[in-house]
Design a protein. Sequence first.
Length: 241
Amino acid sequence: MGSPPSFQVIGDDMQAVEIDLAPGQAVIAEAGTLILLEEGITYQALMADGSEPAGQGLLGSLKGAAKRMGSQAGLFLTHFTNLTQNSRKVVFGASNPGKLVPVELPSWGGQILCAASSFVCAEMGTKLDAALVKKPTVGFYGGYGFILQKISGDGLVFLHATGSLLRRELKGESLRIEPGALVAFSADLDYSIERAGDLKTMLFGGEGLFLVTLRGHGSVLINSLPWHRVVHQILEQVPRQ
């Protein structure tokens, strides 16, 4: 993979990312994230993420797309390519307020595990996949199914975090997190779900039934406003007969 594209994160609480594509350069993005693109950038919806060699065929594309859908990602990814002889800009944004987080995969060991729907866009050559959770009860109790989104490669990726972003470095210790607040974490960390205290605390403590526990050595990205809390507050204001 060549030099990563230059970019600028725009805004504060409702951010967008402006990516400057050099001639021939391309990025992939989740469907529905495009804000604008300059003349000369073509785009096409494909089932492949662009990480596999050309000519893998329909079957290979279908397998990759099926795995992505298992992590609640879209069946298709949109490929944006600059076909001009000059640099051109394309802008992406998320579907709800928050921060756009640039992640350089080499600094994460070439791989990162993400919560569902956190992926926005990435440099061409990045592989999007689904990862089986080590302990089946994790997905069952956490409400995210049995699969996480796995992103790997040696390029630049943009993730979305609602609210503000927190980063924690674990050096052999453990950290407990509200499941909806988890954005992404190092693939080497152990991931499990544990009860949020005794039965009375689980039912009346207001912190949910379970907490994510991460253990080991690695990095964790956390958002300050789990989106399900926003949805809950909106629903509470809807008039009922």
